[in-house]
Ligand binder design. Sequence first.
Ligand code: KIV
Ligand code: ZN
Length: 508
Amino acid sequence: MDSNRVIVFDTTLRDGEQTPGVNLNLSEKLEIAKQLELLGVDIIEAGFPAASNGDFQAVQGVASAVKCSVAALCRCVRTDIDRGWEAVKEAKKPRLHLFLATSEIHMKYKLKLSPDAVFEQAVQCVRYAKTLCEDIEFSCEDASRTDPEFLYKVLEGVIDAGATTVNIPDTVGYKIPNEFGNLIAEIIKNVPNISRAVVSVHCHNDLGLAVGNTLAALQNGARQMETTVNGIGERAGNCSVEEVIMALTTRKDILQLNHNIDTSAIFRTSKRISKLTGVPINVCKPIVGDNAFAHESGIHQHGVLTNPLTYEIMTPQSVGKQESTLVLGKLSGRHAFSAHLKNLGYDLSREKIDEAFAQFKELADKKKRITDEDLEAIVLNNTANVPEVYKLENFELRTSANNLSEISISVKCGDQIISTTLSENGPITTTYEALEKITDGKWELASYDIRAIPEGDDALGEVIVRLRKNDKLYTGQSVSHNIIEASILAYLDSVNRALTDTDEKQII
Ligand code: KIV
Ligand code: ZN
């Protein structure tokens, strides 16, 4: 491979899924994997097979669904490695990703192992994994807080044992760019066999420096970066793929590095992953936030109208952000509808198109202008594939400024219709108390977010609800022209996810 080519290792489905409240089902994981492939990532880390049956199935499913490399994460123990290999072996390009902590604090308090024992365990496990799989990545967890001499020793040992990629995680997001860049330069200088492996970095964002640290590492010789879409992940998240890729693209004059990402697929990928994970995108987020290409001040607007380069260092089109266009009307037929979805990049089954088309017709009766954003909202609403234990039948809500709100609501559960009428303060509290009664569960409402998509007076309401049950968060969402309906559907989506969740992670 060209020595200036950066390998993009995407961990949205593994580290990204460790974001609190994110619980993706198999079909959502497959959808994300296919979208990541369209984006052009080189490697998809699809999960941690030993952690749960759900992760095992997801890795297996992704391995057979995509053509790019698929990695399975494993601790440095044989049972994990066997399970990881079982899950990933049918991939066109399988990779086993082993990790073991090497910092003093992790070895002493978490692993309770001496440095010598950690070294031995790392080398033995890489040697064993190599008997199963050609492509082996080894991560020194908490590498950035590891004694450098010990780090060099472990890296040399695992490369001798067969590791083809060595990953240097800034696990706790502690480093600052100059320091992290120097660490990578020192590794390249001090590990004698380093030329036999690709040097990778995996930066967390606790100090908001994940992108800066990743770029500094690339400038100092790293050639793989581990990233997630929208920067989701453990705690403050991981390095955002869209940010670091647009930095590489926009500042190629300085960085002189190449990648395989189709930048025009960035915006759609970001929105789709936000929708599927239920993690909203901050309006000010670089590249993909709603304000990333918006110009508020008159001086800026004037400048951009005269020449966009006055205030834009990249174009919205370069990341696939198009003007919201009027696309279809209420007389449009199913054929035009499905052809338009294909143009937007959605290849849906006949059944899913039927569901989305019915929803489109309903919306077209209520809303004057249907835009690409509306259509995407409808499609994403119809691709979740969560079994509907509870399904909304009908509701009627009466609410006014000074009186209690009253709701009558019917929900279907199997063959049964469950109905209730309830009065409380405020329409959402009333609705959610009624739903809690109907679904017979003690759900703690952890968060409720509502926003308009697209913005404007003819918008749809998108609701994201997080419910907590037994210390686990479940994220449900929905979009509707009627915000109370969206609130009900999002709540039921969350309940349905909780009730059908059989995936208890054992390890992380
Ligand atoms: O942050 C980290 O150290 C990790 C490793 C498993 C690569 O996620
Ligand atoms: Zn991580």
